[in-house]
Design a binder for this molecule. Structure first.
Ligand SMILES: NC(=O)C1=CN([C@@H]2O[C@H](COP(=O)(O)OP(=O)(O)OC[C@H]3O[C@@H](n4cnc5c(N)ncnc54)[C@H](OP(=O)(O)O)[C@@H]3O)[C@@H](O)[C@H]2O)C=CC1
Ligand SMILES: N[C@@H](CCC(=O)OP(=O)(O)O)C(=O)O
Length: 421
């Protein structure tokens, strides 16, 4: 940071981002891919330094009181850096979305009306302490023609700054505007408030995080917001659920990566399964070290279970803890999902088509999954390529947000002298 005060500093970044976005709009797909390729080279070349800087963040993590799952998100390893390079390769392979004609209509008077994909402009992105997101988000924003202002979590500050230096170097090396990617070089949350007032320069804010963040941004933003809120996700075992998929899908949804937003937090079980499928599912969860917080009925069946409070059912644990409720029917399951869930991801396990159809029709969440893990609600897994996050909003974008979700469109009409009578 310079000696500028926060209002001046944030205004400068936003203005620079706007200027960069005006230039970036006409960058070719080849030029943007050249930058992404250069990023892969730089990350591979600088792996030892990146790991060293990340170690500094990891060393300081306990002073912030980070839980194990959050420390895991913060950690970089050689394999994870290679994973970032792979994600960049996947983004390179995606077609340049900008300039794509997504609709056209020849009018009777000969006017050719087209709808052309365009960038959103300037994205202000606030996200958790997960350094790979810095690269993913920058890559997706620039490939979709947007300038981005990145505001990562304080715990990842050093890692983010190290990535930022590479992002800037890469942009310079390939002749793209350096200010297409800027990172907020202060962890002072007051800076966020200043950015939220700058609708003149910032087209959209994307907050990815917990309640405090989302509430503040929704309240204070003067520009449109695409919220990436928490995941209180459910697995519902319907009355026809078979044992093996019920077990493996529940365990995967909860345990494959408990700290992420699409991990399941709550298990709903149809009453008909109490003596058949449920005990084996419980055993499988317990073997994985999952603590179960149970409704009065399930508590009688789960040895070592703890009684659930009302709050448990609405909690995103981000850890190997799961709430459990026996329900009388699917209607009860759906109404609990609407009452306690966050509209992120819900899965049903069933062998009945009609049950699957009822669940997918009635459940109002960004992703509703039949006979598969909640963990699949992810841009890569859904075939969109990388994602900037998972929108829990309904407007503009819902679910995983990839390149297309970072674009809008404009009408371009070609005439040959037509005038309106
Ligand atoms: N839907 C999705 O795509 C995703 C959702 N999430 C959700 O994010 C949460 C986990 O991340 P966690 O680290 O706890 O998230 P937090 O909300 O604590 O932090 C995320 C970012 O927001 C900032 N922030 C938080 N509160 C404020 C505020 N009041 N004003 C300004 N900035 C603020 C943090 O800054 P600071 O560094 O100052 O703390 C950080 O940069 C979970 O709920 C998870 O489900 C996570 C990933 C993806
Ligand atoms: N896209 C992710 C889930 C979303 C995410 O990034 O979550 P988080 O680890 O909480 O930042 C995945 O399934 O891998």
């Amino acid at each position: 940071m310079t000696e500028l005060d926060l209002p001046q500093y944030t205004q400068l970044l936003a203005q620079q981002a706007r200027d960069a976005s005006r230039k970036l709009v006409s960058a070719s797909g080849d030029q943007k891919n050249a930058w992404l390729r250069r990023m892969i080279e730089l990350i591979r070349q600088r792996t030892p330094e990146l790991l060293e800087v990340n170690a500094k963040d990891l060393e300081q993590a306990p002073t912030y009181g980070l839980a194990e799952a959050s420390i895991d998100r913060l950690r970089l390893t050689e394999a994870r850096l290679e994973g970032i390079a792979t994600a960049l390769e996947e983004i390179i392979a995606l077609p340049n979305p900008i300039g794509e004609v997504i609709g056209s209509n020849m009018r009777p008077n000969g006017l050719l009306v087209t709808r052309v994909r365009v960038p959103l402009g300037v994205v202000f992105f606030i996200y958790e302490s997960r350094p790979n997101v810095t690269i993913d988000a920058a890559a997706l924003c620039v490939k979709s023609g947007n300038a981005v202002i990145l505001r990562g979590g304080k715990e990842a500050f050093h890692s983010n700054m190290a990535f930022y230096a590479l992002l800037q170097q890469g942009l310079k090396d390939v002749g793209l505007p350096e200010q297409a990617v800027q990172l907020v070089e202060t962890t002072d949350r007051e800076a966020v408030g200043h950015f939220l007032k700058l609708s003149e320069y910032i087209d959209v804010t994307i907050p990815r995080g917990g309640k405090g963040l989302i509430e503040r941004v929704a309240r204070d933003a003067t520009m449109p917001v695409i919220k990436h809120f928490d995941g209180v996700c459910h697995v519902y075992l319907d009355k026809s659920a078979e044992l093996e998929p019920a077990k493996s899908i529940t365990v995967n949804s909860k345990c494959q990566r408990p700290g992420v937003c699409n991990a399941a937090e709550s298990l709903l079980v149809h009453t008909d399964l109490v003596e058949t499928v449920f005990p084996a599912v419980v055993q499988a969860l317990v073997e994985q070290g999952v603590e179960l917080r149970c409704c009065p009925r399930s508590l009688e069946l789960v040895s070592g279970g703890k009684p659930a409070t009302e709050e448990d059912y609405a909690t995103e644990y981000g850890a190997k803890i799961m709430s459990v409720k026996i329900v009388n029917d699917m209607d009860e399951a759906i109404s609990r999902i609407h009452k306690y869930g966050s509209g992120h991801t819900e899965s049903i396990i069933t062998t009945e088509l009609a049950a699957a159809e009822k669940f997918t029709t009635e459940v109002d969440s960004a992703a509703v999954i039949v006979n598969a893990s909640t963990r699949f609600n992810d841009g890569g897994e859904f075939g969109l390529g990388a994602e900037i996050g998972i929108s829990t909003d309904k407007f503009h974008a819902r679910g995983p947000c990839g390149l297309h979700e970072l674009t809008s469109y404009k009408y371009v009409a070609h005439g040959a002298g037509q005038i309106r009578g």
